[in-house]
Write a protein that binds this ligand. Sequence first.
Ligand code: ADE
Ligand code: ZN
Length: 342
Amino acid sequence: MDMKQFIQEMPKAELHLHIEGTVSPKRVLELADRNGVNIEFKSEKELLDAQDYGTPPLENFLKYHYMCSDVLRTGRDIFEITQDYLEKCVIENTRHVELSFDPQGHLERGIEFGELIDALNKARKDSPVSTQLVMCMNRDRTLESALEMLKLAEDYKDDIVGLGLDSVEEGNPPVKFQEYYDRGRELGFKLTAHCDCDQNNAVEHARQCIHDLGVHRIDHGVHVMDDPQLIEDVKERGITLTMCPTWRLGDPGPRRIPAIRKMLEMNVPACLNTDDPEEFASRYMSNMLSVVQEQGEFSAEEMTQFMRNAFVGSWIPDARRGAYLKELNAHLNTFKYKSDTS
Ligand code: ADE
Ligand code: ZN
């Protein structure tokens, strides 16, 4: 068994995945046509070419991301894209996904909250892949809007496991959403928030997430590594960093490899994720992991450790976690046995 096969067949979990970022250019065009939405790009090639985001990377990426999300207009659209993504997970050997969704944009486009959750659930229930939902607030919108969404989410506590924060970080510090997080914790939701890369006040934002919001995970969170105290804090509290060493069209390869190696060496709980697989050149799990493994020269044990961290950081019952971890260890042992005997 070579490394590629080892990674392809590895039982996987993905904790940082936006369902709106799984719509392929082909699908974007089909849905734009079906829903009568006029988008600026007219062919798959034009859409793919536009994935060279340039600078500022987060803002330009988000502009593309929201343009693609804009073609989603009905529960049927949400159902179909979720079904497509979960079919991909089967091929990727992804066993468990904590799937983020952005309700605010969908509601604005006319999908009701219940219809949105029903569509996600309809796709989830027929899939062999285990999934849980994470509701993400766009941080460039208001606290009031986030509190309204939380009120709606209260009726779907069996479906939504956690709350997150995404979108434009500049000027929108985590503490803007203090009340939303406090209320979410009281209601029993798990908590995460994006701390994106190379943002102003990145270290302070990570500190706010840990100490003010009291998150259980951080999405990305690479700048935790800039502060020795925050490194200790995430280790002590068991806060998993859901890193996404994705790369854009035109990049030489995965970003942030030195930081993720340092996380591994310092026992910082970090896992590897695709974020928005149809919007980055890194695409889906096996491809992203294989290129990260090759370019970072990570061993099979090290790749297994990242995946162990994902299962440990997931919000599933301990018995299921134990079963996944056993399966993961068995996969590593098979690889080692085959390598020793070949
Ligand atoms: N929405 C989708 N992907 C995102 C990311 N990586 N950062 C912030 N908001 C996002
Ligand atoms: Zn993200």
